[in-house]
Design a protein around this ligand. Structure first.
Ligand code: FAD
Length: 492
């Protein structure tokens, strides 16, 4: 069997895999992405955060495509939660880190959203192969040096790469090759039963695109508008009530809806979708977990492969794409010879764990139902260690995916804007009319020269205006001005 060689090979083409693959390819490295399914494919996780839409998606260069997709605009969240009997609403516009017109995210059909990201990866130079299932990794002593996969015709292949990324999500077992163990939370062990409805009621404008989350005796419901008429509805029930989602799923969902007056009211005139990709009633365990370690020499876990936390704050795609950004910075730094692997990946893991940990800790407090929303806002300020902003601002920052203070995720970020200009320039060249440009652009040397030029321009533009970033931990690294790598911290 001949062995193909790449700088990086990624298993999984969800948001985590597409993000890391694209950002590494944008630096001129050779990237292969292997995806088991053929896109568009169904996935749950439809409510996005501003950090993904205005931060990561902008850096990836897909903002315009997202805007053109007509996904419902999510201005915040509406909760019937805690001691207060009436629903309460928060708006992303409260966050000091989101500029006015960008104070929103989208509710997305994941089949469409994930396909936008994967097609963009192809345009940015990633070699994408769908219908290819990764089976195992290749090891040389301590180091992972490649992987083996089976294509759609059943042929076996081997790839060697400096880095193997496992972005294969929640169901695959590849993560176990990184070592350590998957640690499940004792606290968050729920089951979700979900389906789709036509004709459900909408919240009043301007919040008609909000996620509506409603606590009830057995757990909580999500109610996510995916178009003017289509709604994603899911019941998340505690492990002790698992029998409520067993047996006939249709009956089980009807019974749970009847237990929850607000959701019953919103679905009063709605009809469940019973055919096509939304016709099935699905059950998913949504147990929270994290792997003991997120990397070993030559292998990195991104997204659900590394960790997952209860979906009540819609943090899954944020954690997947943010970890993709962090992993890409580490890989770019190592491949360019700027940093050693241990230093770069220690930074990746520390930042990823911090983000995961903040959600985890806050969510534990959020499940305390005998308090009102002010208490949740206070908790958010505490867990994010936010000394600058009000309690409500800290809460909105946390659930907007912005509590890390990462410039690349903030809607107003100049890093995001500059990187996006560069991403657009690559798109233009790769897809331009002049066919002779494509092979030229694909030449490693030409791409590298272009990209170095792009970075110089960004540095020049940002110059002294670039906000100073402090390391996350003593001896830690800071982000390069273009957001694509790590740099040692040099205090002024
Ligand atoms: P995925 O999106 O799972 O992508 C992994 C990809 O890898 C898939 O395309 C899969 O086909 C492919 N793959 C798998 N195995 C292999 C293999 N061996 N070889 C090659 N390819 C492989 N998140 C939100 O942001 N908002 C929400 O509202 C939300 N709601 C949720 C509700 C529930 C009940 C649950 C359980 C989760 C929810 N999530 C939500 C979380 C969200 O679904 C995930 O966190 C997110 O999809 C993770 O992205 P990923 O790229 O890591 O993995």
């Amino acid at each position: 069997m001949s062995v193909e060689e790449f700088d990086v090979v990624v298993a999984g083409g969800g948001p985590g895999g597409s993000t890391v693959a694209t950002l590494v390819a944008m630096q001129g490295h050779r990237v292969l992405l292997l995806e088991k399914e053929f896109f568009p494919r169904y996935q749950i996780g439809e409510s996005l955060l501003p950090s993904t839409v205005h931060g990561v998606c902008k850096i990836l260069g897909v903002s315009e495509e997202l805007a053109a997709a007509n996904f419902p605009v999510k201005r915040g969240g509406t909760f019937r939660w805690g001691a207060r009997p009436e629903p309460w609403t928060f708006s992303f516009s409260v966050s000091p880190r989101i500029t006015g017109p960008k104070a929103f995210a989208y509710q997305v059909e994941r089949a469409k959203f994930d396909e936008i990201l994967l097609n963009n990866a192809k345009r940015k130079g990633v070699v994408v192969r769908e219908g290819c299932t990764v089976n195992s990794v290749v090891e040389d002593g301590e180091r992972v040096t490649g992987l083996r996969y089976t294509d759609d015709d059943g042929n076996q292949h081997e790839v060697s790469a400096t880095f193997v990324i496992d972005a294969s999500g929640n169901k695959s077992r590849l993560y176990s090759h990184v070592g350590g163990s998957r640690n499940y939370s004792e606290f968050f062990r729920s089951l979700a039963l979900f389906g789709y409805f036509e004709g459900g009621k909408r919240l009043p404008a301007p919040y008609s695109g909000n996620i509506l989350s409603v606590a009830f005796d057995s757990g909580w419901f999500w109610y996510i508008p995916l178009s003017d008429t289509l709604t994603s509805v899911g019941a998340v029930v505690r492990r002790e009530d698992a029998d409520k989602v067993q047996g006939d799923r249709e009956k089980a969902l009807d019974t749970l809806i009847a237990e929850c007056p607000l959701i019953s009211e919103y679905l009063g005139h709605a009809r469940r979708v019973t055919s096509g990709k939304y016709g099935e009633l699905r059950v998913r365990k949504d147990y929270s977990y994290h792997q003991t370690t997120f990397w070993r020499p030559g292998m990195i876990l991104v997204g659900d492969a590394a960790c997952f936390v209860d979906p009540v704050f819609s943090s899954g795609v944020h954690l997947a794409t943010y970890s993709g950004v962090l992993a890409a910075r580490s890989i770019n730094s190592v491949l360019d010879g700027d940093l050693d692997e241990k230093t770069a990946l220690t930074e990746f893991e520390a930042r990823y764990r911090r983000e995961y940990g903040v959600y985890y800790e806050f969510l534990v407090a959020f499940y305390e139902m005998n308090v009102n929303e002010e208490s949740y806002f206070w908790q958010a300020k505490k867990v994010t260690n936010n000394t600058k902003d009000t309690e409500l601002e800290s809460f909105v920052d946390l659930i907007g995916g912005l509590s890390s203070g990462e410039a690349a995720l903030a809607a107003s970020s100049r890093i995001a804007e500059r990187s996006a200009e560069f991403a657009a320039a690559i798109d233009q060249m790769a897809g331009g009319d002049d066919a002779s440009m494509v092979p030229l652009f694909k030449s490693q040397v030409v791409r590298q020269v272009m990209q170095e030029g792009g970075q110089e321009q960004m540095r020049a533009v940002l110059g002294e205006d670039a906000e100073p970033e402090l390391p996350l931990f003593p001896g830690g690294l800071v982000t390069s001005p273009d957001g694509m790598k790590w740099l040692p911290h040099r205090p002024v």
